[in-house]
Design a protein around this ligand. Structure first.
Ligand SMILES: [Zn+2]
Length: 733
């Protein structure tokens, strides 16, 4: 990888102490230092790029370079006639001179970012330096993939104009070239469309569960400003206008485009919703074409994304207009109707000179040529699309959905992402344009975006740009460690790359108390906890395991430099007779929702209103069947297992629960059946106890059998799909 000759210093340790992310193709660290100050002359044949360079260096360090003709140029931005790739550049820094060379402005721009990264973090943090020293280096570089993007969901949470501009700078700094702007959702419509003012008057605002109004939108002037800003940073913006699904905010604004006629509201819930654009209504096509006309006029880039994912067909099945369209067009079913819909909208955009991108569901029912597929469900869509000759943006949820917790998608998994699936031969592999990082914002308002994306986005920046040969996770990890000060200097409020905090609880039967023990996997973090009050950076510092003697709530989380790493867990404890018992499960929970493991149902820790809190144990498509062994006969008056209902997340209460008692684990008597009396057809999120009373029975063994739905019911958008049963504490009194 490195050429070692006299004068070069290329040991791994030195390399990682001058971090660059993504890793350049060839780097030769040289002896010596280069320094610049306000007297340092700069020259570039392109005055716009020169101005940008001067203003960025000034913003980062406080040094304003001298563009006056009187001072000889020491920093040279050189647009060469030499043949180079579009984004390729060379950078040479010696004691006397710094020069960036490229054959295009874009290449020069990418090279400038490397120069900015090489400015030491200490100089960036100061921002009022009189001069800045940089290490000498010689490097050449170009990207592996032409498409390197971030998809930011501004539908579920609105992000301000300044925040978007800040992210365009951040993307540029790490050599991304694409900002995929998810502008419409069930929860909000974010782009002003002059012809349809209700889209932003009605569709941009939702009522939260506490009654407050949440929302916002970008005016067409805002969008023009952002587009111009992105162009000056060589970032292409891809607007996404979702259809036919994820369209509730649009339908709330213009209910005539739905199958039922509404009324609707932009929702404050998250999930997949049944009401989508009516595909049988000619008015819907007219509406969407008008919307796209304004979108096209605002976004000069090549691509428009039209979504196409997660569109339930339940309304289309019942809609006379949709059924008539199926007949008239000779289509087989609602899936072919979706294909018809997508093809029709795609051909409209194609006729306007745009290239269309859709999520991998657009492959179903056949796809017109020329459409780019963004695969998200797995690698399968990418493989199918490439084999059919479609270009592909590869962004599987497993590796690129950074809204997921670092517990499931950590830095190592992100870094292991290979956008070209091994099933593709060399010719087919050419259809993989690159990848995207995705941030869906159900649980990510603007102020948390940095901590969700960083540091994991840096692993993906490197995957998209750098040659996989000569890369290793361990080397990247060590390079990243010296990169944290750089992020801090840039004001990036990074979160975790992997799970930092592990909390264990155990029950001490003698002392009748819970013992809480915390372990962290990183140095330089503090663990703090609060009992029966909110957690903040002044809460008690965790030093050793502590005890809880009452039915308390404990918040525990990690902090770095006084800032929460966003991993706080809330534990609420319940004392009962089955603590420290044995439990035998005859059905198996899904590992994704294992909670604290086999003992989770009797560990004394209660699940919260969030089924992802690590306390709920999930059974996918199976019943829960278990036996608790109390170790000795005890007097039992009630047994109350708790279950979770969130139909939008495919989690249902059991239809009934059978609870019976035994002295010998052979003969069971006293069977009580608790039948569910809650209507499961609801958007409410409910935790419900299925409590059986036994008077004053004596028993050693308790059998609990919860009969789940196993499949999503008929009325559900995913009717027939596997249903979840989520259980937590079986409280025995
Ligand atoms: Zn319809």
């Amino acid at each position: 990888m490195f050429i070692l000759t006299a004068g070069f210093i290329n040991t791994p340790a030195q390399e990682s102490s001058f971090p660059l992310i993504p890793k350049p193709e060839k780097t030769e660290w040289l002896e010596g230092k280069f320094s610049f100050s306000r007297n340092t002359g700069i020259a570039c044949s392109d005055k716009v790029l020169q101005e940008y360079f001067i203003s960025q260096v000034n913003a980062l360090t406080g040094v304003k370079l001298n563009s006056g003709a009187a001072s000889p140029a020491v920093i040279v931005l050189n647009l060469t006639k030499e043949k180079m790739d579009a984004e390729e550049y060379k950078l040479s820094i010696t004691e006397k001179r710094a020069e960036i060379t490229a054959s295009s402005k874009e290449g020069l721009f990418r090279g400038m970012q490397t120069f900015f990264q090489l400015i030491p973090p200490a100089a960036k943090a100061g921002k009022n330096n009189s001069s800045v020293e940089m290490h000498c280096v010689n490097l050449s570089d170009k990207p592996r993939f032409s498409h390197r993007g971030l998809n930011l969901d501004c539908g579920r949470h609105f992000m301000s104009k300044d925040f978007i501009k800040r992210y365009i700078d951040i993307l540029a700094y790490y050599k991304f070239n694409t900002f995929h702007w998810h502008l419409t959702e069930d929860q909000g419509w974010r782009i002003e469309i002059k012809k349809y003012p209700n889209l932003t008057k009605v569709g941009a605002w939702r009522k939260e569960s506490d009654g407050s109004i949440y929302g916002g939108f970008y005016t067409q002037d805002d969008i023009k400003e952002i587009v111009a800003y992105a162009q000056s940073r060589y970032i292409n913006i891809i607007p996404e206008i979702e259809m036919p699904g994820h369209s509730l905010a649009s339908l709330a604004s213009y209910p005539e485009n739905s199958c039922t006629g509404g009324p609707f509201e932009p929702t404050n819930l998250f999930g997949v919703f049944n009401d989508i654009y009516c595909a049988g209504n000619e008015g819907t096509y007219k509406f969407l074409q008008d919307v796209l006309d304004e979108v096209i006029a605002l976004f000069p880039g090549k691509y428009v994304h039209i979504g196409g994912d997660e569109a339930p067909k339940i309304r289309w099945k019942e809609c006379p207009k949709c059924q008539a369209k199926i007949k008239a067009e000779g289509l087989k079913d609602e899936h072919e109707l979706q294909s018809y819909f997508i093809k029709r909208m795609a051909s409209y955009l194609t006729s306007k000179g745009k290239t269309v991108i859709g999520w991998d569901e657009v492959l179903q029912g056949g796809l017109a040529p020329g459409i780019i597929v963004q695969s998200w469900q797995s690698f399968e869509g990418a493989v199918d699309a490439a084999k059919q000759g479609h270009y592909v943006v590869c962004s599987p949820a497993s590796h690129t959905y950074l809204n997921g917790s670092p517990e499931n998608l950590d830095l190592r998994i992100a870094y292991s992402f290979e956008p070209v699936p091994p099933e593709l031969n060399k010719e087919e592999a050419k259809y993989i344009m690159g990848g995207e990082v995705n941030l869906w914002t159900e649980r990510a308002p603007q102020e948390t975006v940095d901590s969700k994306l960083f540091p994991r986005i840096l692993a993906l920046a490197e995957v998209f740009w750098s040659d996989p040969k000569g890369r290793s996770y361990d080397e990247f990890y060590s390079r990243l460690q010296s990169y944290y000060p750089d992020m801090t200097a840039l004001g990036i409020e990074y979160g975790q790359g992997s799970k930092v905090l592990n909390v264990n609880t155990s029950y001490d039967g003698k002392e009748k108390s819970f013992i809480i023990k915390a372990d962290v996997t990183q140095s330089n973090v503090e663990v703090r906890y609060a009992i029966d009050k909110p957690l903040d950076n002044n809460s008690a510092l965790y030093k050793e395991p502590f005890k809880i003697n009452g039915t308390n709530t404990v918040q525990i989380g990690t902090f770095r430099n006084g800032r929460s790493l966003g991993d706080a867990v809330g534990l609420s404890f319940v004392f009962h007779k089955a603590l420290n018992s044995k439990i035998t499960l005859s059905t198996q929970y899904n590992e994704r929702y294992r909670a604290s493991g086999p003992e989770a149902l009797i560990d004394g820790v209660r699940g919260s209103a969030d089924f992802r809190d690590g306390c709920w144990q999930g059974y996918e498509g199976v019943d829960l069947d278990c036996v608790i062994d109390l170790g000795e006969e005890k007097e039992i008056s009630t047994v109350a297992p708790r279950f979770f209902l969130d139909a939008n997340s495919w989690i249902f209460l059991p239809s009934h629960v059978e609870i019976s008692l035994s002295k010998d684990n052979v003969n069971y008597s006293d069977t009580k059946t608790v039948v569910n009396d809650t209507d499961q057809k609801t958007s409410d999120i409910i935790q419900k106890d299925f409590k059986a009373s036994f008077g004053k029975a004596a028993a050693r063994y308790i059998k609990v059998k919860a009969i789940g739905l196993k499949q999503c019911p008929e009325w559900h958008p995913y009717a027939g799909g596997k249903a979840w049963l989520m259980a937590d504490e079986i409280v025995v009194e």
